[in-house]
Design a protein around this ligand. Sequence first.
Ligand SMILES: NC(=O)c1ccc[n+]([C@@H]2O[C@H](COP(=O)([O-])OP(=O)(O)OC[C@H]3O[C@@H](n4cnc5c(N)ncnc54)[C@H](O)[C@@H]3O)[C@@H](O)[C@H]2O)c1
Length: 490
Amino acid sequence: MRDLHRRIEQRQALIGVVGLGYVGLLLAVEFARAGFWVIGFDVDAARVAALNRGMCHIPDVDGTVLRQLVESGTFRATGNFDRLADVDAVSICVPTPLRKTKDPDISYVVSAAEQIARTLHTGELVVLESTTYPGTTEELLLPMLESGGLRAGSDFCLAFSPERIDPGNMRYGVHNTPKVMGGITPTCLELATALYRTVVETVVPVSSPRSAELVKLLENTFRAVNIGMVNELAQIANILGVDVWEVIEAAATKPFGFLPFYPGPGLGGHCIPIDPHYLAWKLRAMNYRARFIELASEVNGEMPRFVVNQITLALNERGKCVNGAHILVLGVAYKRDVGDVREAPAVDVIELLRERHACVTYADSHVPVLTLADATLYAKPLCDEILDAADCVVILTDHTDVDYEWVACRASLVVDTRNATAKATQIDLGDHVWRLVRPAYRPRPLTCHPGTTPSRPDQPACSSPMQTTPDALRLSQVEAQIQYNEARGL
Ligand SMILES: NC(=O)c1ccc[n+]([C@@H]2O[C@H](COP(=O)([O-])OP(=O)(O)OC[C@H]3O[C@@H](n4cnc5c(N)ncnc54)[C@H](O)[C@@H]3O)[C@@H](O)[C@H]2O)c1
């Protein structure tokens, strides 16, 4: 072990990274930039070939840097797992998805561990980074790696360090995001910390891999539960006729004891909708129900249906129905300024709209093609004509390259699930803009005219397509919510 310590300090260690996706490629590039020789392992032959030509599939990885690393031979990708025999340290960054039953699919981790166990040698360091349930490192990986006779802590080292990357985040990257680390033994922790300190400013040691595994699940469950709470708040605000965004912003002025979270069309991405289920699954096996996780999952999972209900009501108020309506979806990626559609709620919203015979098109400069269960959609360029043609424009992802003031003023009806229109404009939005919840009645004259470019506040008020008195609006709102709740069996 002392030898590997020295080789790490002198940048002579050969580092392996198994799984070259969002997490693994970023890590491999950082190790290579820190001066190590790096081999990346992946089962996807096309990905391996592209990487060895210097072609990058992950937006957060600088393509120029990758090409330089490949050209200098500092980084190579391979599908030949025999080469694991050469590495001094290896990080596992393979997917940990859910099965259809919402149980963990740990098969990728098992497969990677089998390959590593086959070639494990004295003095090697193994670090698991994939998000997983507490106990995976000690109960699953450790016996697999020790099956050849080597012992963790004396012959080789094993640790768990959860990945915390946030795709598209310009402020926090690998270097300045502290990394939690739990080793099987103090020696394992020390060696893994020594390696990761070469690429991360702060390593946060915890007492065991199990603690480190739970840290990651706490972080993601924290987000899932809080988002679930504000998604329910949005539904409550809809019943009360209150602007949910105003309420959250006002609450966020409290300088202590409050953290703002925002509602939306549902959870997306590879982490927040999935990881809490790893914890719930583990606890079910131990006869405990993780109630917050289950409730948050239920509320968040309902949001696409809630959004479709709001679209239906908004169209209905204009004397239109979903069947045959032209609906333009703005943004289908799971979050702003990324092209990732894994678990994106847009897929559910679009499929629900198509089931109701709406004609759905979408615009998203980050996602040129969207694959649904029964169709493939291609992104349309966003222009006046496409906004004019839409019976309803639905903002599901608030990418920063869209002029939302123009969208709000040009489109005849907008359902904005991200509050992008209000954030982008100083002028009053008309009643044709639903910011997730139905527009609250406002006695002030409206200055945003559907079908126009933005107008100045001193211009005359426009009337919305169908005039509704405040009382009638409130009444129909309550009735609609009752119907919606009945449909959900509440
Ligand atoms: N993407 C994120 O933002 C993020 C953030 C934090 C944590 N994580 C976690 O990190 C892990 C990896 O996620 P990702 O987003 O990088 O996944 P990904 O799907 O982008 O990449 C995974 C890569 O692993 C490869 N792979 C699959 N099985 C393999 C095997 N047996 N051997 C070698 N390669 C294999 C795939 O071909 C793919 O290239 C997951 O556990 C995820 O939950 C992801």
